[in-house]
Design a protein around this ligand. Sequence first.
Ligand SMILES: NC(=O)c1ccc[n+]([C@@H]2O[C@H](COP(=O)([O-])OP(=O)(O)OC[C@H]3O[C@@H](n4cnc5c(N)ncnc54)[C@H](OP(=O)(O)O)[C@@H]3O)[C@@H](O)[C@H]2O)c1
Length: 247
Amino acid sequence: MKSDLVPPASVVLVSGGSRGLGLAIVTDLLTAGLKVAAFARTVTPELTALGEKYPDHLYYGAVDVNDAEAGQAFVRTVETTLGPIDGLVNNAAIGQDSLHVHTSPDQLARIIQTNLTSPLILTRFVIRRMLAKGLKGRIVNVTSICAQRGFPGLVAYSATKGGMDAATRSLARELGGRVLANAVAPGFFASEMSAVLGQTQLDQIVRRTPTGHLTEPDDVVPVVRMLLLENTNVNGQVLAVDGAASI
Ligand SMILES: NC(=O)c1ccc[n+]([C@@H]2O[C@H](COP(=O)([O-])OP(=O)(O)OC[C@H]3O[C@@H](n4cnc5c(N)ncnc54)[C@H](OP(=O)(O)O)[C@@H]3O)[C@@H](O)[C@H]2O)c1
């Protein structure tokens, strides 16, 4: 391996790893033999079951990403339990299902805090510790095709995902190749977050998708794994995984 390459991540922190895409990412990375730390506000039975299956490889806990102190304490405990973190997947986010004119300022602030400000604060903390330890690392931000195409009812949500896409590009430049930063932008997939979509909307998305099927977490997981583990020189990119629905 060339000495300037960023090695594959070995200890990965996944925010929002309790269900949906985050849980699928956690499961996949554990299967690949990595050490994984996951948090969400609520620990689910699925995450607990994974902890029983991989007691030496998975560390998890209940943390609100908006509680920076709790997040930082979690990071420190992960480091003593699993080892220094060299991979971060910013996956935790909340959705939106309200027209902009009907979204209260408090709700706007909550979406921006959860999906943009808090992930940037967590990223800052993790990167500082990576660099202080002389480590190289990888960051994958889970964003959305909503950042690239317009969708009614998702104004603030789309703004946060566009913000994370932009931050990804600038992080990649700022980190000078020591930490690779990329984003994965999935199309709509079935989860608690997208449960607000009715069958008519889902059918419409499928009709607009050249590959003829809705995105699934299993379509996204290999892309996240590639960005964390493979030597591809992909850096500062936003990779859409939506079957070309947004093209
Ligand atoms: N579903 C879609 O159609 C779709 C499409 C494109 C992109 N995405 C993106 O994909 C990612 C995963 O979405 P998903 O559909 O899998 O959503 P989901 O099923 O609602 O899962 C979201 C995860 O984030 C956690 N979370 C939410 N707020 C949190 C907070 N304040 N602190 C800590 N954890 C928090 C949730 O756990 P708790 O609620 O217990 O905290 C859960 O583990 C998100 O970034 C989302 O924006 C989703």
